[in-house]
Design a protein around this ligand. Structure first.
Ligand code: UDP
Length: 319
């Protein structure tokens, strides 16, 4: 677009946050990253230490803070996001979605900046509409173990819409579906790092439940491209971003075994409470409004992720 922006990104040291910062810098923008490192890692941004258009501030966005100078865009990505992380930090998760999102919206309002919220497919809960369209209001257990994440993000969406309606802030909301790639934490409990590290170690693949539940996996560079397009758009209502190629978790385990050439056995474990039975984005809106769709195949994305996990394992062995 030829205009360089100054962008504030909360959750910059997270898996998706760090890739988003990289892409913004590659586009010529300037980025101020905020993170309290609860679940993010400064290591994800270590390669940017000599980059003059980037700085990283240690900041819990639920606490007061201010940013000097002009700001063009505020991107609110801070939140624990893996089920293991948000079950470990349920109160922090609710706080960052509510108070944290409020402070980021206040910043956007004060600076007359645009605002992007990264929300989640968890807003649909255990969905009864399939694939999930943005107009579906969801099927969420408000008091179950996942409620800390689901309701935090649903509140964040409502607050974002309120700032848009009441204060005229130019907002966008992305509903992110399962995303994977380098910089996921090997031990964050999510299915991609869990299965990959088990397959690489020759350990049993832990399938929860019967493995008949479905998910759809989007490679992180595709997701970040969708976020960027959305941030530049005038689409004020939520937009699904994810890969519509759906598979059962058992099928996914087979993909991982084939790709890694692993001889791992499959071990069945109890299904976590409220684990959604099916999840697949309808991306018709993203296609029409943003001209976006994923381009990286599951196989290519998994190969890139395996390379990263192998390199991390090598670093671990050296240290
Ligand atoms: N899962 C699994 N084994 C694992 C980790 C996850 O079978 O070791 C399943 C989990 O029950 C869910 C799916 O994989 O049905 C995706 O889980 P993940 O934690 O990645 O994210 P979710 O989509 O549930 O937010």
């Amino acid at each position: 677009m030829g205009v360089f922006l100054r962008i504030i990104v909360s959750g910059a040291a997270g898996f998706i946050g760090s890739h988003f910062c990289d892409r913004m810098l590659a586009e010529g923008h300037t980025v101020v990253g905020l993170d309290n490192f609860l679940t993010g890692a400064a290591q994800n941004l270590a390669h940017l230490s000599g980059e003059p258009r980037f700085c990283l501030i240690e900041q819990d966005i639920t606490e007061p803070f201010s940013i000097d100078g002009a700001v063009d865009a505020v991107v609110n990505m801070a939140s624990p996001a893996s089920p293991k992380d948000y079950l470990d930090y349920p109160i922090e998760t609710l706080a960052v979605g509510s108070a944290g999102t409020g402070r980021m919206l206040d910043l956007a309002r004060e600076k007359r900046a645009r605002f992007l919220l990264t929300s989640t497919s968890e807003c649909y809960g255990d969905p009864e509409v399939h694939p999930q369209v943005e107009s579906y209001w969801g099927h969420v257990n408000p008091v179950g173990p996942r409620s800390c994440y689901d309701e935090s993000k649903r509140f964040a969406e409502a607050l974002t819409m309120a700032y848009q309606r009441k204060h005229g802030v130019a907002t966008n909301i992305a509903r992110i579906f399962n995303t994977f790639g380098p910089r996921m934490k090997l031990d964050d409990g999510r299915v991609v790092p869990a299965f990959l590290s088990q397959a690489l170690a020759g350990a049993p693949i832990t399938v929860f439940g019967s493995g008949s539940q479905t998910r759809s996996f989007c490679y992180v560079s595709d997701l970040v491209d969708g976020l960027y397009r959305l941030m530049l758009s005038k689409e004020r209502y939520p937009v699904n971003l994810g890969n519509p190629r759906e598979m059962t978790i058992l099928e996914f385990a087979e993909h991982i075994k084939q790709l890694t050439g692993s001889q791992s056995s499959t071990e069945f474990r109890p299904l976590p409470e409220d684990d959604p039975k099916q999840r697949c984005p309808d991306i018709g809106k993203a296609r029409a409004a943003l001209g976006w769709e994923p381009r990286v195949t599951l196989e290519d994305g998994l190969r890139l992720t395996v390379d990263y996990f192998r390199s991390q394992a090598a670093v671990g062995m050296r240290s």
